[in-house]
Design a protein around this ligand. Sequence first.
Ligand code: FE
Ligand code: FE
Ligand code: ZN
Length: 274
Amino acid sequence: MYIGNHLSASKGYAAMGRAAVKLGANTFAFFTRNPRGGKAKEIDAADVEAYLRIAEEQQFGTLVAHAPYTMNLCAAKEDVRNFSREIFADDLRRMEYTPGNYYNFHPGAHVGQGAEEGIRLIAEAINEALWAEQTTTVLLETMAGKGTEVGRTFEELSAVMERVTLSDKLGVCFDTCHVWDAGYDIANRLDEVLEEFDRVIGLERLRAVHFNDSMNPCGAHKDRHAKIGEGCIGMDALRRVALHPLLAGKPFILETPNDDEGYRREIALVRSWE
Ligand code: FE
Ligand code: FE
Ligand code: ZN
């Protein structure tokens, strides 16, 4: 099983690799740049080399990098959209230093333009950024449906992907808190939800899992993460998700409200279910 948590990228790749090992993780997530800010640190090739050695030694699974929250490919304001496209392109370029990993992003918020226009703008931006030789797979994250978020239904994610030419470069990151908040009852109908995912998107697109409990009931559209077993999804249901054969081998990333010690315990807990 590949499991890890969100790590700070401030000290570079090798430091993240070492931090992951300390926590018992064999994959991890990180922000490609300040989650609220703009400019990214240029990548240090020696640091990447050192990281790649750790990853090989420890047999890490695929990493799940996370785009900054400020990136909104379907913003109403053109300058915000253009800035977001620059970030997207620059992040994809930087991802190639660590080939073959995942770059996960929130599809966007249409801010009143309507989901259809949002979907069109997101797909246009993706088409502009992807290139045939890239080794990174870009993941659209399932969203809770807070505000005007696009990606609150499997249909919306599918509508974006259908419009992308290099669609073999795309996948989906299945966030358990978000799908639950969006109204997919993974506590009582996990098999049906995965069947629906398969029908609408295709399970071969499901590449990674954000593994979180939720502070709110199914369909609340709130997006407040809880520790594993301390929220409304609950321990038993999350255990069934982690052990589901259709999700076996995918990187599971904890985004729960924890410190290092809490993450170490949650990783050990999930591993104890195997
Ligand atoms: Fe996210
Ligand atoms: Fe998430
Ligand atoms: Zn969230």
